[in-house]
Ligand binder design. Structure first.
Ligand SMILES: NC(=O)C1=CN([C@@H]2O[C@H](COP(=O)(O)OP(=O)(O)OC[C@H]3O[C@@H](n4cnc5c(N)ncnc54)[C@H](O)[C@@H]3O)[C@@H](O)[C@H]2O)C=CC1
Ligand SMILES: O=C(O)C1=N[C@H](C(=O)O)C[C@H](O)C1
Length: 262
């Protein structure tokens, strides 16, 4: 049995992750954490009435002795401290929360190395997104002119999305330094051309009704290639989270990207 704590269990993803852990034959939920919780036991919430699991509101309360894995779907402001807490208490992190800076990831990887513990940071647990990133990297070798459009629900805190940044990084690994667009281009409205990652433009759309979607657009003389993925429901992420929880015990370091455990 893999014993799991879910951080952010009151949120949209944390709720789904809590159900996934409960429903999985090989996982046992040993605690849930969310500073907004008012309950002492998970069973006080009707949909979890059968589960007598402790609810934690702050770090001092958390019993990490019995926990193997820390699932985190919280907020960009909390994820660094949560991941550090998990690593320093010997609990393997499976991090879905986006918004970690590159420097924070390096610091967390250093802590994981010092503590000799593995874990996973996955900007996206959806298979369609993992494949989109791989296909985009493949295409970028032949199509260096690329722009990324990510579209999300309007409650999202961070922009651009973690997936869009991860996509741009994968493309930058294979794309030669390249200037695209007109060198004399001028924005007549600030931000019109989007964010810039190593010469690639990233555009963020936030609308009610959307869940999580991304398009990578490649253009070349006389042709174009568009790669698109859609998460229509947050359940799309849960098989990836389950794989991560099941396999993170094999990780020798703090990995970035679900593809490392597939
Ligand atoms: N990697 C992936 O596949 C996916 C990642 N995400 C990311 O997951 C994160 C959460 O997304 P949602 O569930 O939609 O957000 P949400 O806003 O519905 O939930 C966040 C929850 O975290 C709680 N929280 C705040 N500070 C906390 C702390 N210090 N410790 C524990 N809990 C804390 C909040 O009270 C809230 O209940 C976001 O960063 C989002 O980008 C979302 C979907 C898929
Ligand atoms: O906030 C979300 O919803 C999502 N966040 C992740 C991201 O920032 O890429 C993953 C997915 O896009 C859903």
């Amino acid at each position: 049995m893999v014993k799991v704590i879910v951080a952010g269990f009151k949120g949209s993803m944390g709720n789904k992750a809590t159900h996934m852990v409960i429903d999985h034959d090989d996982f046992e939920l040993v605690g849930v954490f969310d500073p907004t919780a008012t309950e002492q036991k998970l069973s006080e919430i009707a949909e979890f009435a059968a589960y007598d699991v402790p609810v934690y509101q702050d770090y001092e309360q958390i019993n990490t002795d019995q926990a193997d894995v820390w699932i985190d779907f919280t907020v960009p402001q909390a994820v660094y401290t949560n991941t550090k807490f998990a690593l320093e208490h010997g609990v393997r992190p499976v991090i879905g929360t986006t918004g970690l800076t590159d420097d924070q990831v390096v610091e967390l990887q250093q802590i994981a190395k010092e503590r000799k513990i593995g874990g996973l940071i996955a900007p996206n647990f959806g298979l369609s997104a993992v494949l989109l990133m791989q296909f985009a990297q493949q295409a970028a070798k032949y199509f260096p002119n690329v722009e990324i459009i990510e579209m999300h629900h309007d409650n999202k805190l961070d922009a651009p999305s973690g997936t869009a940044v991860a996509t741009a990084k994968k493309i930058a690994e294979v794309r030669e330094a390249h200037h695209q667009g007109n060198p004399d281009e001028k924005e007549t409205l600030a931000g019109a051309r989007g964010a810039d990652y190593e010469g690639m433009k990233i555009h963020s759309v936030r609308l009610p009704g959307y869940v999580a979607h991304e398009q990578v657009l490649f253009g070349a003389p006389g042709e174009a290639l568009t790669i698109r993925q859609d998460s229509f429901d947050r359940s799309s992420f849960m098989s990836g989270v389950a794989v991560a929880v099941a396999k993170v015990g094999t990780a020798q370091e703090l990995l970035v990207g679900l593809e490392n455990l597939l």
